[in-house]
Ligand binder design. Structure first.
Ligand SMILES: Cc1ncc(COP(=O)(O)O)c(C=O)c1O
Length: 448
């Protein structure tokens, strides 16, 4: 078996490389990681690369090639890579100890205070390590509080990797609402009875499902912006009313929208306040922090003083309140709070989206630059989607092809996946992005 150590030694002996080559890394990765990939992503061989480091809005790979990064750590890095004040705070925190458990540390208390101040629905927060853990706990708290078992989610909505969230995220067949379909093997057969699925942006369909299941329904969980599908006017407000009228909790999954759309997330941006909200990504500034936020009364459900009592919702994790993640989160939030942060980010991102649309139009490609704020994507479709069934009618093969061609031309995007603009992308990054898109469009149109 090739090992990293052996490759480095052989290369040094042959005087070829100072470190391992791209090929050697993939040879080893193929031996030790399924599909030589990370998580659900195994990129085609001709576009995959191994990251050496990140700097602001760009990434450098082990071959010395730079990419303009629109993946942004899956949206965690609104300040790009290695933002100076974040790195400084992480260094300071690391000097004080990488991790503690069982009792509080200063940094996690300060971050919790900041989060409670920023998040409209929050009087208290409970820490998690990831966004998935946060949605999992939000569902558990909702079940414990209401004494009911079922959760309603929307078709196409992503709430992480746990068993309760992986229903009808990307179904290939037409849905038979409210029956969901698991997207992964390995889910216990009867779990689906507790997960209901409805269409995004369709208040009447949601109302029907909520009304007919209200005796067993603990909560409706929703991404306020579902992937790249924005809520139609009145949808979130309507959902709020349906939940209140039927005494069902409303959970906003703000893992992406939190601190991304506005400092107060989707709650501030759309002016709708849920009962509970889940967070991850930006609140840890790239570190291992997630949380559930909500009012005292509901969050009391996970008060550890009640451990052992019947209605207690157990929440616990080795890395909860991790001081390194808390330090990165605090330093990130301090930047986001500066005057006009979001106005500047949104207007720069809007500019990028409009210049990309001009390129697509110039090449007569039937594709749209869809997005708002710093969330965006280029999709081959005639009009913005309003739900998952609209979205899958897009020409996904062409969407993917154009993304792969942009990767060949120096962008880091994931094929047919939403992109993120960060506050540190420069004018030069945008110019180079337009050039990469122009070259990709030319190849697509001319076939070379
Ligand atoms: C809306 C939403 N919820 C939950 C998650 C899961 O977060 P994590 O990957 O940190 O577990 C994600 C991840 O992309 C997400 O986009």
């Amino acid at each position: 078996m090739t090992t990293a150590k052996k490759v480095i030694e052989d290369n040094a002996e042959a005087g070829i490389f100072n470190s391992m080559s791209h090929e050697a890394y993939y040879q080893i990765a193929g031996q030790v990681l399924p599909g030589a990939g990370l998580g659900g992503y195994a990129l085609p061989e001709d576009v995959r690369f191994v990251i050496h480091k990140g700097e602001a809005g760009r990434l450098l790979d082990v071959r010395g090639k730079w990419f303009i990064d629109y993946v942004g750590g899956a949206g965690a890095l609104i300040l790009g890579h290695a933002f100076p004040s974040v790195v400084h705070s992480v260094r300071e925190a690391a000097n004080d100890g990488l991790h503690f458990f069982g009792t509080l540390n200063e940094r996690c208390i300060k971050l919790a205070e900041e989060l409670v101040e920023a998040i409209p629905c929050a009087e208290k927060i409970a820490y998690a390590t990831t966004g998935s853990e946060a949605t999992f706990y939000a569902m558990r708290i909702a079940r414990a509080y209401t004494g009911r078992s079922k959760i309603l989610k929307c078709e196409g909505g992503y709430h992480g990797n746990h068993d309760y969230s992986t229903f009808s995220v990307s179904p290939r067949a037409v849905s038979n609402f409210p029956v969901g379909r698991p997207d992964t093997a390995g889910i216990p057969g009867n779990l689906g009875e507790n997960i209901l699925v409805g269409p995004f942006n369709d208040l009447e369909a949601i109302r029907e499902i909520v009304k007919s299941h209200k005796d067993d329904l603990a909560a409706v969980i929703i991404e306020p912006v579902q992937r790249i599908i924005f809520p139609q006017e009145g949808f979130l407000e309507g959902l709020r009313s349906i939940c209140s009228e039927n005494d069902v909790l409303l959970i906003f999954d703000e893992v992406v929208t939190g601190f991304r759309l506005a400092y107060g997330g989707a709650q501030e941006y759309f002016g709708v306040i849920p009962d509970l909200a889940s967070y991850g990504k930006i609140i840890g500034g790239g570190g291992p922090i997630g949380c559930v936020a909500g009012p005292k009364e509901i969050m009391e459900q996970c008060n550890p003083i009640n451990r052992g009592k019947e209605n207690y919702a157990f929440i616990n994790g080795t890395l909860h309140g991790n001081p390194i993640g808390s330090a990165a989160g605090l330093a990130t939030l301090a930047e986001l709070k500066k005057p006009d942060f979001y106005e500047a980010l949104h207007s720069r991102s809007k500019h990028l989206q409009s210049i990309c649309q001009e390129v697509l139009d110039r090449h007569n490609l039937p594709a749209l630059t869809i997005g708002r704020g710093s969330l965006w994507q280029i999709v081959f479709m005639a009009k913005e989607p309003s739900d998952y069934s609209d979205f899958i009618q897009a020409d996904m093969a062409s969407t993917r092809e154009l993304d792969l061609l942009q990767m060949h031309n120096g962008l880091y995007v994931l094929p047919a996946v939403r992109r993120f603009v960060s506050a540190v992308h420069t004018d030069k990054d945008f110019e180079d992005t337009v050039e990469a898109l122009d070259a990709a469009c030319k190849t697509m149109v001319n076939g070379n």
